[in-house]
Design a protein around this ligand. Structure first.
Ligand code: 0O2
Length: 212
């Protein structure tokens, strides 16, 4: 494929990322109005770099004419949440949507990766309306907490810098940082539950007072 072929190949993926970003940001705004806090903190999206597509195709043995089915994260959306509990709720909102179909899910929160990576991935089929008609593309939606995102962003840039050979001491430190991020998520969840509990007690007491 030359530059122009890549340009047209990536067009529906760019459209999918732009549309999904708008839709999920709208979902954030709506939930913020309806609920006590928004389970979505922010949403980002990206198209996988051509060099990364080619690297992954080589690693997974995907022929160049089967990239559309063989590489599932050419279009990528990332949803950041404050609390681990929010991740399951957001995943459920996505499953219920009628404008996409969930193909399968990868739960790297229950089964985190050896690297220490934690996140919830959903591979979805998303139809885009192009000038030539409808085209269904695959997209990967990653849902994670702010702590998981902090860790993954740092680990990703270090892995990119050192390529395959992350020095052992840095790997160890990253594992420890991953454990610290896990503890942080748990602590924040515990605080959240206490706040919700306190709010409920306060509401119950107000109801009793207003009835007497
Ligand atoms: P980019 O384009 O730089 O964002 P894999 O075999 O790891 O490629 P896997 O485990 O099936 O694939 O994961 P999946 O669902 O294909 O998603 C790959 C993407 O998940 C990665 O994109 C990262 O965004 C994220 N990810 C997966 N594992 C790790 C990890 O150990 N550390 C970090 N920081 N991120 C991870 P790419 O490939 O980095 O592409």
């Amino acid at each position: 494929m030359d530059g122009r072929d890549w340009g047209t190949f990536l067009l529906p993926y760019e459209q999918a990322v732009e549309e999904l970003k708008v839709k999920l940001k709208t979902m954030r705004a709506e939930l913020k109005k309806r609920e006590e806090y928004a389970p979505i903190e922010f949403v980002t999206g990206r198209i996988k770099k051509i060099s990364s597509i080619l690297d992954k195709a080589k690693r997974l043995d995907v022929p160049l004419d089967q990239l559309e089915t063989g590489i599932e994260d050419i279009a990528g959306i990332r949803i950041m949440c404050q609390f681990v509990e929010d991740i399951r709720r957001v995943a459920e909102y996505i499953r219920r949507r009628k404008d996409l179909t969930v193909v399968y899910e990868k739960d790297y929160i229950t089964n985190f990766k050896d690297s220490g990576y934690r996140s919830f991935h959903m591979i979805v089929k998303y139809p885009v309306q192009t000038a030539l008609g409808q085209k269904i593309v695959l997209a990967e939606i990653q849902i994670r907490t702010l702590a998981m995102n902090f860790w993954a962003t740092i680990e990703h840039s270090l892995s990119y810098k050192y390529r395959e050979s992350l020095p052992e001491d840095i790997k160890e430190r990253l594992k420890k940082a991953g454990e610290a991020a896990f503890v942080l998520d748990n602590e924040m969840s515990a605080i959240r539950l206490e706040i919700l509990d306190a709010q409920k007690t306060f509401e119950d007491q107000s109801n009793i007072v207003s009835k007497t």
